[in-house]
Design a binder for this molecule. Structure first.
Ligand code: TYD
Length: 201
């Protein structure tokens, strides 16, 4: 069984999504099945929740609960079945994002997120998490030239600093699962780092 659960994380503007098509091609070239998905979202209901989460103002705990509601659906309908048949799963964000955004940046207690995490996927954790890391100024600069921002992308530099710090802290607490990628480099260099990691799977 080759099944592996891989997640991509980073601040908005860190560039993680850019690498998804190339990662998929690299798996497919090796004859491996890969299911590419994202959070919030990944299912029909999850995508409807995503619309609400990205555009409606709500209490940070409501946001946390909806993230986990979408996640429950995502695991039941997409992630668990794919892993069960031996496919690789590549998810653009997962629970580390809830720790970084809702806890790190918005102050929801980590203990509450831990409860939900235990409830929703206690025995299922990513095997590998690629954290695309860039300085906050770089992320903000990239976002300023990108498409119309969603509610998270309109936040302040201070908000982004808290996200970055929370991600880096999670990476240092889980060193075997995380690989931190310096994404403040030309795209081909960043991709080379990604490819080197993917090739070991
Ligand atoms: P993102 O993954 O950046 O997608 P896009 O590249 O289309 O903008 O957008 C998802 C947003 O949702 C991002 O700002 C982070 C936020 N988010 C949370 O706040 N908590 C979570 O648990 C997850 C999964 C995402």
């Amino acid at each position: 069984m080759t099944a592996k659960f891989i997640t991509l994380e980073g601040m908005d503007g860190a560039g993680k999504s850019t690498h998804i098509p190339t990662i998929i091609r690299s798996f497919k070239a090796r004859g491996l099945e890969v299911v590419s998905t994202r959070e919030p979202g990944g299912t029909a209901l999850g995508e409807r929740l995503r619309e609400l989460l990205l555009h409606e103002t709500m209490h940070p705990e409501t946001e946390t609960l909806l993230m986990f509601a979408a996640r429950r659906e995502h695991i039941a309908n997409v992630i668990a079945p794919a892993l069960a048949r031996g496919a690789y799963v590549l998810s653009d964000r997962f629970t580390d994002a809830t720790y970084a955004y809702q806890c790190g940046a918005k102050g929801v207690l980590a203990s509450k997120i831990e409860l939900l995490e235990q409830w929703v996927h206690g025995d299922l954790q990513p095997d590998l998490t690629l954290l695309f890391d860039v300085p906050v100024e770089v992320s903000l600069q990239r976002l300023s030239t990108a498409r119309a921002p969603d509610k998270f992308e309109r936040e302040s530099a201070d908000f982004f600093t808290r996200i970055r710090n929370a991600y880096l802290q999670r990476a240092s607490e889980n060193p075997t699962r995380f690989r931190v990628i310096d994404a403040n480099r030309p795209l081909d260099e960043v991709y080379k780092s990604v490819e080197d990691i993917i090739a070991t799977l």
